[in-house]
Design a protein around this ligand. Sequence first.
Ligand code: FBP
Length: 524
Amino acid sequence: MNERKYKKIYEKLKCVEDINRISKAYSVNTGAISNILHQKTVRNVRKYHSRIVNKAPALVRSWKRGDTILKLASKNNFPPVLLASIMLKEMGYKSKTVVKNPDVLEDKRLRYELIKAIEVDFCFSPRAHSVQSGQGRMGEDLIHEWLEHCDLEFITESDMSKEPNTKTPDFLLSEPYKVDGIDVRWIESKAVFADEKEHNRYQLKQFSFYEDLYGPGMEQGGYRNMELNDFLKEKGTDEKLSQLIMLFSEQAGVIKEGFLSARGAADTKNVYGETQMALDKWADEVLIDALRESRLVRWIATEEQPDIIEVDGAINQFGVTIDPLDGSSLIDVNLAVGTIVGLYPGHVLEPGNTMVGALYILYGPLTTLTYTTGTGVHEFVMGEDGRFTLMQENLTIPDGKIYAPGALRKDYLPYHKQFIEKLESEGYKLRFSGSFVADVHQILHKGGLFTYPAFAGKDSGKLRLLFEGTPMGKMVVEAGGAISNGRGNLLDVKPSSVSDRTPIYVGGKREIALIESLVKGSGT
Ligand code: FBP
């Protein structure tokens, strides 16, 4: 981008809402535009920070008179979270602690407004920081792969940090590598290019330190907003599989549109005898039509169809299992629902561990797509233009104390009752929304366990092996967790038909080991 264009964009960009419009108007990708907005915000903060600090008592007075934090932030052209933390300090709070955990605030209005500020601040909120550090890690992964691809020997910052050296570049090359005629000895990855001043400060301090120690080096940066398509390429994903994942991502926008038009229950029943919501049928049709037209898969099994569909003239052998809208009973109350997809190399009546990948699209406040093809679990968010950009790479399930238990307590089998009571005695918090995909998504991010067990009169529980169990199981297992039917790994189970149901325990390895030992001990 030339300097004139850069300056024009810089001048016109005021807030996150401008990104898509300006990206279209100047034919520059949204990642570059949001980088520029980031630079502008950082520059503004530097310019006005002390002024805002001096104004803090007046800001607090205005807030007490009824101005909201967001209003004050926009009036002062200052990032909401930063403004809030200056105000919090003025009010006598430990602002860092409070911003990290607004729930500690007793004042309801303050808490509500702080949460709002955190939601919209794309630059200074804890969420923005975690996205940025995710991008930083992604940059390092890319450089790592590239160095290996070029057969260049190197040591990483973490190898070096074992030695008593304080500051180290991300990568130190064993032999110099020529870039534009310069012998490069080290590489540093930067997630976001800050403004020029910030950049120069880095160069002066950090980079000149490396240069003195190791000689010339190179900085790589600007990994913001990587789109799904580019990410799949970067990861070296099989091209046909990438096309398939892209096809599902493209249908997400169509299905979302359906939320506005297709409401209420249709008077037909599906293969399980349940009344279908209109939107289930809509989503089912959308996905089947798109797959048929693309001819990218040979086999399609969906929760809404009694039989497996074989696609005429398929160009690949893939099989897919689809739950077009999981949690559909929650649509009419506007809670999160999702599309779950299992990806098989061939026919779908095979154990889950033969899958080549899985994905789910969650329609919540944000529409996100999470996928795995066996090289990590990655999460993307849909923008206004319907395209998905990277939110978090290499998700791993943390240790956590959340449990999402399906079925009625009065119907629990003895080992299951024991299991749930054990979790409760350990302080697990109950979080069950009635949307499997949303509940497992939460567990994937916060740790803990989801279960829909076998219960009195229903040995196989409620959920479907092919449409719910295996795809979400694959995802959680790839993220370092586990899935079980209580007796063993659910991904080892070979389905006998598309309508198989199964008890499900999915989440952290510790919780899964516990239920398996209880089932075993029960001798049932
Ligand atoms: P649908 O596929 O019909 O939506 O049913 C699946 C499901 O809604 C899961 O998403 C959820 O975990 C479960 O049923 C909830 O069941 P219950 O209503 O028994 O709690």
